[in-house]
Design a protein around this ligand. Structure first.
Ligand code: FAD
Length: 362
């Protein structure tokens, strides 16, 4: 069976891996460069920012994916020599208005947690400016270096025989009754048996002759990258909408904004100032380290942040895995596995009902 994947972000690459490992012939068509949109722009935290506030449909995918990430990272490193740098660095929350709910959530799932005093915070992470009388610490939260994950996945897929076509925008579908016969691209038509839309924020940009379309909105997020020394920060720090993420080489990501401003991806000065002020307030020693980069990406938001995974309600060979909003990396492996199981008509690990397009028609 030939599967054609439309869009090479984390969602498309992980679907390709599942399908090629199951014996399918797989081709990916990407408008620009592999993985250079949201999947590159994100932070790589392998948990929702406030996991206890999430609907069950998001939690199921993130929890299950979380169990596979260490192994996936190791397998990719071995196969390609590119280390996606998975690490269980833990996460520290300040200013929690729903601390009780957070604790209940941990207790119910038997996840280790601790309430730390300012003195304990200072011992755990020297240099942090504590503004609160207490902080929540969950040591099991992990992260992955998403740009490296993409590089490594890309290399792995090529080694497995997947065809990756960059700089090839998909322009539309060629429909034949209740099926898609081919896609039209800037380089001509490409036929396949199954078509899978993984085009992130752009997943509803093709007209399909009055058929259903997923409801996806772009939500802009801006980030800064500070070039700090290794071990200055060892854990993820979260306070309201902002966070710091340490990478193994010392670099620190400062995120993020949440802006409903269409497909405009330009970084802005006010966002820079907001993020930089947060970074210096939280870890004042960062004033000695240069800001290396400032960028924005577009998160693909489906209603409720719950991705569409499964078959188009009216078109038999058209599938979706899109709309993961703030958690596309965290949900990635299990979302891709679910999609592949549905395409291949296999039993699924998790109940697909909450994600199926036919159950989510407006
Ligand atoms: C600032 C920020 C921080 C984030 N932090 C995290 C985090 O810490 N943890 C987490 O889990 N998630 C995070 N996210 C969310 C996560 O990045 C996304 O949910 C995820 O990357 C979505 O992946 P995707 O593959 O669906 O979309 P994308 O990565 O956007 O990929 C879609 C691809 O489709 C291609 N495409 C579009 N149109 C066409 C076309 N016509 N033809 C061919 N190809 C096309 C695009 O070029 C793109 O490469 C963050 C996002 C942002 C912006």
């Amino acid at each position: 069976m030939k599967c054609l994947i439309l869009g090479a972000g984390i969602s498309g690459l992980l679907c390709a891996r599942e399908l090629v490992q199951s014996g399918c012939q797989v081709e990916i068509v990407e408008r620009g460069q592999i993985g250079r949109e949201a999947s590159w722009a994100g932070g790589g935290i392998l948990s929702p920012l406030y996991p206890w506030r999430q609907p069950a449909a998001i939690e199921r995918l993130t929890q299950s994916s979380g169990q596979h990430y260490a192994e996936l990272s190791q397998a990719l490193k071995q196969a390609t020599g590119i280390d996606p740098q998975w690490q269980q660095c833990g996460m520290l929350w300040f200013s929690l208005r729903d601390l009780e709910a957070a604790i209940k959530w941990c207790q119910k799932r038997k996840i280790a947690w601790q309430i730390l005093s300012p003195k304990e915070v200072a011992e755990l992470q020297p240099g942090i400016e504590v503004q609160e009388s207490q902080a929540l610490w969950i040591p099991e939260i992990s992260q992955i270096r998403n740009p490296r994950l993409i590089k490594s996945l890309q290399q792995d897929l090529r080694q497995c025989g997947v065809i990756l076509k960059e700089n090839t925008p998909v322009l539309g579908f060629v429909r034949s009754r209740e099926r898609i016969a081919a896609i039209k691209t800037s380089n001509g038509k490409i036929e396949a048996d199954v078509f899978i839309v993984t085009a992130g924020a752009w997943s509803s940009s093709w007209q399909i002759e009055e058929a259903w379309q997923p409801d996806i909105r772009p939500i802009k997020g801006q980030m800064l990258l500070i070039k700090a020394k290794p071990n200055l920060l060892r854990l993820i720090v979260q306070c309201d909408e902002h966070y710091l993420i340490p990478r193994l080489d010392g670099r620190i990501l400062v995120g993020s904004t949440v802006e409903d401003s269409g497909f405009d991806k330009r970084p802005t000065r006010p966002a820079f100032e907001e993020l930089y002020a947060f970074a210096l307030k939280t870890l004042p020693i960062l004033k000695c380290s240069p800001v290396e980069l400032h960028w924005a990406g577009l998160r693909p938001k489906a209603p409720g942040g719950i991705p569409y995974i499964g078959r188009h309600p009216e078109i038999a060979n058209l599938y979706y895995n899109c709309g993961h909003f703030r958690n596309g990396v965290a949900m990635g492996p299990e979302a891709a596995k679910l999609l592949a199981d549905l395409v291949l008509n296999r039993e699924t690990n998790i109940d697909p009902q909450a994600y199926l397009p036919k159950n989510r028609m407006l």
